[in-house]
Write a new protein. Structure first.
Length: 721
């Protein structure tokens, strides 16, 4: 009788094992056979009908049959594995090759006990097959995504939630339904919403990584399959008017997009790399160029100095600093201040970032013979009042610019140096005589951009290595106070929102000009400047720290605060590297115990005793870092700051429950792929279904055996480490 019963199923060995291991009893199986008519594999039927939870079935397969489960949503897919197995084989047998290691091919099977398929795969590929189990629905979805990139792109677009839709200039809308068009619009729209300055699209060996530069720092946002790279690059080339057939040479282009009633320019750079063409898109929002000095956020003293610098009618004013320090914004603010009907203003730029009304702007074009030097010579025959040179790069440009400054024109330009006094040395190194530099220079402005602490969540408290700066802050008339970045929803849990400039402004008076003409050493020039009220970048940075505008960690990232200066000796305590971030005291991240980075697991549980027990169980058996949070809000802070590799999540918690937390992180492109295992004492299929609908990857009901939780965690982590 039992033999006849088992023959009703396409996988009788599996049904028999369920009976022997008491997962199902004979009465339950008899009841199921009354309405089971499909030839679908029995384990798929059990999960789809809600008879056995998916998590319990997975645990059973791994424990009894020693077959590992692979979650293809979080497992990286090797492009080479996709290439060596034909799509028709994958569709016919519901299999997907996802990794190649030497002579072994790792393959996910809907039926890992089908030896016929395994033998056929070995014959086709010439490799040994390492079988894994995956649910048929997920396999079919991934086969479609990786062999048909359009399906994968549609899945990303459908999950994303962008408040505003963009429109590409010159696009008639006929291709708006194309998946790659939707993806490019999504990436650009999301970058504009997050106020990113640049978009990086970088091909790697297995995936294409999308990163945004927000407030000067690159953030990983999204990964797409390698086979989507060509379509992505082609779409961006088309909207930028570039040659889509040229893949071996760098190309530069531009595009324009509309966001509501605002037009935003895009500057596109394409660079061939080892794994394909990398694209960087600079987002140029014209509204950011139409700023005044008052909108730059300067302190009153520096604001007055800056206005004085650009009130001169002749001479040279230089703005210095590294790339991305806001030099162009400062100069455009100066042009907005200076421009009038009575002034003839000419600029030579490479490239022109923003078009300004009432100003004559020229683009460098070396093929056409337009360089900084040749344009400057032509400008002198155009009766200019003000000349802006995008950058002084060589001796010829420097000499012509200084000659223009000496003959009654106001010349504005930029130079890449560390501080104001180093600019003088740089000009002399280019071969310009010291007396000409002394006569022409009116002022030098060195600047940096630092991130501002979020007003909603900044907190005052002690900072590492802060004590050594107390004396200097008191000498500047400041009260030594330090703040740090806590992180909240308002700042996207980074702790920072917006940026502000640090300005070192040197106005050359007669005494300084005379000392410069005599080529006196830099320490003596610095002493003369400080006697006249000059403040260095470090002094200005300490003012921002004391006022709670930024923190010591951010200043260390941007400014070398340990640079030796006259009247500011190096601290006696051996300093950390200048770019090292200062961690708040309550930071929960642990240093790795080995030379390689350990996986990080975020444990979100409001019960302190339960949290402690789970943590001890994990740490005594595995070398994993465990981060703790007692509710959803605290967990969001940790996710944004440290990006764990896996989250173990309780459902019922105060302030923010597990469902709300899961909904938030799954709606953010940057964190949507972190695996989440739900732990809960709430029984009932409706909670389990809701968890999976919101994006959970696994589900365990308390109480559970510790080994089961460890096995689930290891299953997800082994695909990444």
């Amino acid at each position: 009788m039992e033999v006849q019963l088992l023959q009703k199923f396409p996988d009788p060995w599996f049904v028999e094992s369920l009976l022997k291991n008491r997962v199902l009893n004979h009465e339950q199986l008899m009841d199921i056979t009354r309405w089971y008519e499909s030839q679908e594999l029995f384990w798929n039927f059990l999960v789809q009908q809600g008879i056995v939870p998916a998590a319990r079935l997975v645990d059973y397969l791994e424990r009894v049959f020693q077959i590992p489960l692979v979650n293809l949503d979080v497992c990286p897919i090797d492009a080479h594995a996709i290439e060596i197995v034909p799509e028709e084989i994958c569709q016919k047998y519901s299999v997907l090759a996802f990794s190649v290691e030497g002579h072994y091919l790792h393959v996910a099977f809907a039926n890992p006990f089908d030896l016929t398929v395994e033998r056929e795969l070995r014959f086709i590929t010439g490799k040994y097959i390492k079988p894994y189990f995956a649910f048929r629905d997920q396999l079919q979805q991934k086969i479609g995504e990786y062999y048909s990139p359009d399906k994968f792109i549609n899945s990303i677009v459908n999950k994303a939630k962008v408040r505003h839709q963009i429109r590409i200039a010159g696009d008639d809308g006929s291709l708006d339904d194309a998946p790659v068009v939707k993806l490019v619009n999504l990436i650009i729209g999301d970058a504009i919403e997050k106020e990113a300055s640049d978009i990086h699209i970088e091909p790697t060996e297995h995936v294409v990584v999308v990163r945004f530069r927000v407030d000067g720092v690159l953030q990983k946002i999204l990964e797409v399959p390698r086979n989507s790279h060509a379509a992505l690059v082609s779409r961006i080339k088309i909207i930028s008017n570039l040659n889509i057939a040229e893949t071996r040479k760098p190309q530069d282009g531009k595009a324009k997009v509309y966001l509501e009633d605002v037009d935003i320019d895009l500057r596109v750079s394409v660079l061939p790399t080892t794994y394909g063409e990398k694209i960087v898109i600079r987002i140029l929002d014209r509204r950011k160029a139409l700023v005044s000095f008052d909108q730059l956020g300067l302190r009153r003293e520096n604001l007055e100095k800056l206005k004085q610098c650009f009130s001169y009618k002749d001479g040279m004013i230089l703005v210095t600093g590294p790339t991305g320090s806001g030099k162009t914004t400062t100069l455009y603010a100066a042009l907005n201040q200076i421009k009038s009907v009575a002034n003839n203003i000419l600029t030579i730029e490479d490239p022109i970032e923003y078009m300004l009304d009432g100003i004559n702007q020229v683009q460098v074009n070396e093929k056409a013979g337009i360089t900084f030097a040749t344009a400057l010579r032509s400008f002198l025959r155009q009766d200019p009042d003000v000349i802006l040179v995008g950058e002084i790069r060589d001796r010829e440009t420097a000499e012509i610019a200084i000659q223009a400054a000496l003959t009654g024109h106001l010349v504005l330009s930029t130079l890449h140096t560390n501080n104001t006094l180093a600019t003088i040395t740089r000009l002399m190194d280019m071969g310009v005589e010291s007396f000409k530099v002394a006569d022409a220079l009116r002022s030098i402005i060195a600047q940096r951009l630092v991130r501002k602490l979020c007003r909603e969540c900044k907190e005052e408290g002690p900072a590492e290595d802060a004590q050594q700066w107390h004396e200097r802050m008191e000498r500047l008339g400041l009260q030594p106070r330090f703040y740090h970045a806590a992180g909240c929803a308002a700042c996207n849990y980074t702790g920072y929102k917006g940026r502000i400039g640090i300005y070192e402004i040197l106005i050359l008076d007669r005494e300084l000009k005379a000392a410069l003409a005599e080529e006196r050493p830099l320490p003596e020039l610095r002493e003369l400047a400080q006697a006249g009220g000059f403040r260095s970048l470090v002094d200005e940075a300490l003012v921002l720290i004391a006022e709670g505008i930024t923190d010591l960690a951010e200043i260390q990232r941007v400014v070398n605060i340990y640079e030796a200066e006259t009247r500011a000796p190096r601290p006696s305590v051996t300093p950390p590297p200048a770019a090292a971030a200062v961690l708040p005291e309550n930071k929960t991240e642990q240093a790795p115990r080995s030379g390689t980075e350990l996986p990080k697991i975020l444990l979100v549980e409001d019960d302190r005793v339960m949290r402690m027990m789970i943590r001890k169980q994990i740490e005594t058996r595995k070398e994993w870092q465990v981060l703790e949070a007692e509710d959803g809000r605290e967990a969001l802070d940790i996710v944004k700051k440290q990006r764990p590799d896996l989250i173990v999540l309780d459902l019922m918690m105060p302030r923010m429950d597990g469902f709300e937390f899961l909904k938030i992180i799954r709606s953010d492109l940057a964190y949507s792929t972190i695996p989440v295992i739900i732990l809960t004492a709430m029984e009932g299929s409706e909670n389990e279904i809701k968890g999976f609908e919101l994006g959970a990857d696994d589900y365990l009901i308390k109480p559970f055996h510790p080994d089961i939780l460890l096995a689930r965690i290891e299953r997800f982590l082994k695909t990444k480490f």
